[in-house]
Each structure stands twice: as C-alpha cells, then as structure tokens.
Design a protein around this ligand. Structure first.
Ligand SMILES: NC(=O)c1ccc[n+]([C@@H]2O[C@H](COP(=O)([O-])OP(=O)(O)OC[C@H]3O[C@@H](n4cnc5c(N)ncnc54)[C@H](OP(=O)(O)O)[C@@H]3O)[C@@H](O)[C@H]2O)c1
Length: 267
C-alpha cells in the first residue's frame, strides 16, 4: 500500500518549501523525481544531489520558465529524452507579488496569469501525450486560500488560484477515460521561507491567520506534502476533479479556535 515504485514524478518549482517537500515524499515512496526551478542552476543541482543521496532514487534537474511555451516544450522533451516521462505532474509554481489592483499594470497582470495559470496548462498539455499512451497519470494543481478569501493586494494571484479549480476539473473530464486523475490541492498558510518583499506586514498577517485557524498555528511544509503523495498513488485512483484543502481548518470555520485568547502574546 502507498508506494510509487517505477513511477516518475515532476514537481515544478521544487528546490524549496512545499515543492521540495512533495519531491521528498514522492522519493520516499520510491518514485524517481524531476526537480525544477527557473533561476539558479547550482541550487537545482544541489537539490538533485541531496534527494538522490537521501532517498536512493534517481533524480533529474530541469530549468524552465513555465510561462513560456517554448521553454516548457524544451523541458518536457529533455525530461522524456534524458530521464523518463513523468507519470505524475504537480503544477506547483506560483508567484504572489503584492500590488494593489490600481497599481497593477497590464504587464504585471499578464505575468501572474501566465505563470500561475497558463504555466499549469502548458506543463499539463505537454506531459499528457505520454500519460495517455501509458493509460496512467496524475495531474495536480496547487491553488491557495487566497482564492476563497479574496485576499487584498493580489487580485491577479487570487484570480489565477481560483482559475485553477476550473482547469483541474476540465482536465479531469477530458483525460479520465485514460486512467488519469486531475486534482487541486489548496494549501492554507504554511511556515515557509518567504520573499519578504512580496509580503509586507507578514507577521501581522500571520497573526490573523493563526487566529482564524482552529489549530491555532501555521502549517509545516511536511504537513502539506502527504496529501499530494497520497493522490499520486494507486490507492487514490477514484479521486478526480476534486479541490482538497490542507489548512488546519482555516477555510471551513469562520470563528477560529475557541481556545484562543485574543489578548495573549501568542495571538
Ligand atoms: N507557502 C504557503 O504558505 C502557501 C500558501 C498557499 C499557497 N501556496 C502555493 O503553493 C505553491 C508553492 O509555494 P511555496 O511558497 O512553496 O513556493 P516558493 O518557495 O515561492 O517557490 C516557488 C518556485 O517556483 C519557481 N518559479 C517561479 N516562477 C517560475 C517560472 N516562471 N517558471 C518556473 N519556475 C518558476 C521558483 O523558482 P526560482 O527560485 O528559480 O525562481 C521556485 O522554485 C505556490 O503555488 C503557492 O502559491 C503556498
């Protein structure tokens, strides 16, 4: 039960944080893995070496810009030629610039849409032919609670994260006949390293999120990745077209934890 021997899993944006945790969980279950980023080759090479050393699986590093169709085609061709066609694809890349709606230029808007939404479409489009040939596959998309709360200061990001729900379901309808599932995972707020320029007032935001979550804390990245690992297995073969939340109860409850003292330092 719960193994991925013989499978190849590609997680986009996976040298760090949630993407890296998913890579490590897939590797722990026996999958060979494709790790990717966009900018720093040495960071990517280090991640490949670390995962191979720790889990004893084969790992491959590929750099791409998911918003650029030629770059996606080149990356998928390279993976298929040099390594092994992905059986599992997690579209994890997401950028979250903080800009109010009236400061966003059309160029900003298009960049976020192209990265967060079009990127997931393009990577899926170009890995699907091999999955269809193999009559087995797993597509996943990583959304965010912003899509539900309509978080201010990132209307472009919120729009893409909501758009992923439709993309998930459209692929589920289209490729289910080939034994390929398509699901969307929605992380709550996780204690990941952040680019602080993108998160003005981060500590205050954390305080609010902690206060809203019944568990009264942020999630740890290793509390997110097992959901993706499970969805990748044969045991999840009848789960498709779903939007699954991993958020400490943040979304379904409005009142937050009953044990929280609003005046305390912890809050
Ligand atoms: N962390 C959270 O609490 C949280 C909460 C809700 C939702 N999420 C979602 O979960 C996903 C992962 O979040 P994270 O915080 O773990 O991510 P992260 O640390 O910000 O990492 C993002 C990754 O995406 C890559 N990337 C960015 N633009 C790219 C592009 N155009 N082409 C290819 N790769 C690109 C980055 O590569 P480079 O480093 O080379 O730029 C990096 O590896 C995102 O979709 C995010 O929106 C996270």
């Amino acid at each position: 039960m719960f193994e991925l021997d013989g499978k190849t899993a590609w997680v986009t944006g996976s040298t760090q944080n949630l993407g890296r945790e998913m890579i490590e969980d897939f590797a722990e279950l026996g999958a060979d893995v494709v790790i990717s980023n966009r900018r720093d080759r040495s960071v990517l090479d280090q991640a490949v070496d670390e995962v191979e050393a720790e889990y004893g699986v084969d790992a491959y590093g590929v750099q791409l810009d998911v918003s650029d169709e030629d770059s996606v085609i080149d990356a998928v061709n390279e993976i298929n030629r040099e390594f092994s066609a992905p059986d599992i694809l997690v579209n994890n890349v997401g950028i979250r610039p903080h800009e109010d709606y009236d400061e966003i230029t059309l160029e900003d808007w298009n960049r976020v849409i192209a990265t967060n939404l079009t990127g997931g479409y393009l990577c899926s489009k170009y890995v699907l032919p091999e999955m269809i040939d193999n009559e087995w596959g797993r597509l996943m998309f990583i959304s965010g609670v912003d899509a539900y709360f309509g978080t201010t200061g990132r209307i472009h990001c919120v729009s893409t994260k909501a758009g992923l729900f439709g993309l998930t379901r459209a692929f589920a309808s289209k490729v289910g006949q080939h034994n390929i599932t398509s699901n969307c995972l929605v992380p709550g707020v996780f204690d990941t390293d952040r680019n602080l320029e993108n998160y003005p007032g981060l500590e205050d935001r954390y305080k609010v999120w902690r206060g809203r979550a019944p568990l009264g804390r942020l999630g740890q990245p290793e509390e997110f990745s097992p959901a993706a690992a499970f969805l990748a297995t044969d045991e999840a073969s009848f789960i498709t077209g779903q939007v699954i939340h991993v958020n400490g109860g943040l979304f379904p409850t409005v009142q937050g934890p009953s044990h929280f003292d609003l005046d305390s330092e912890a809050f």
